[in-house]
Write a protein that binds this ligand. Sequence first.
Ligand code: AMP
Length: 293
Amino acid sequence: MGEAAEAAAAQPRLLGLPGEIRAEVVATQALGRRVGFVPTMGALHAGHLALVERAAADCDDVVVSVFVNPTQFGPHEDFARYPRNLAADLSLLAGRGVRWVFAPAVESMYPPGHATRIEVGGPAIGFEGVIRPAHFSGVATVVCRLFQCVPADAAYFGAKDWQQTRVVARMVADLGLPLTVVVCPTVREPDGLAMSSRNAYLSAGDRERAVSLSRAVAEAEALWSSGSEVAAIEMAMRACMVDRGVEVEYAAVVDAESLGPVSAGAAVALVAGRLGSTRLLDNALLPARGGSG
Ligand code: AMP
């Protein structure tokens, strides 16, 4: 490869129109190339970059989208103040095997008069679905729209948002969308806190307290493997967060796929809580132990 071609490969090309990115993806697939897609809301950190790295390892070409999706935020949530810095995101993505960054305007994703939403039931109903009632319908709507703009072979999501991965996988299965959903492990800070664009909102004191979410799910893993009952694990997770001043929204152990009661399959420990005005989530997957727990 010549120097100019190398430079082009290192620096992703920025596109904003659905038709443009779709044409690029379709054309590269016509050459037999496999396309990986990493949807994000920007404010990129090492968690996002791990998804990019996995996509680049699995696929010939990688698309990253950067779109702060208004329809997944409630009326009093942080849409307006959500961190946005496309220039910083582009420089973080340089040299990581990303061919295109798709950063559409809101009007390109939602044309005037837009009146269609996708409602997922099942795994979307509990937990985040209770606390943020329109959230998963906004997520499903935008992810479906993004998959139509970027008709990739595989899309990469983080286990950090476990319930979201189940909602997207359910939608892909139910609508027969022709792509594979790949779930990648949660990337954490050295003290265990799951990386999140929203961690930037935390004050120094809240940042210290925030570690209790990852401690809670780590404790759930230990208790689960030593055979503790679900109710005891849930109490221990709650206590771990309450002791550090977190306002607990939920602390539950449920079936990893359906998010209903624990079955013979794998389970997941889910926690959410508030520190000041910031909501944080975490989870840990728990291997099947073959009983009702
Ligand atoms: P967001 O920009 O927060 O919408 O996240 C975009 C994608 O990155 C989602 O699939 C998230 O689950 C994933 N992600 C966010 N934080 C992490 C993390 N700490 N580790 C792994 N994946 C993450």
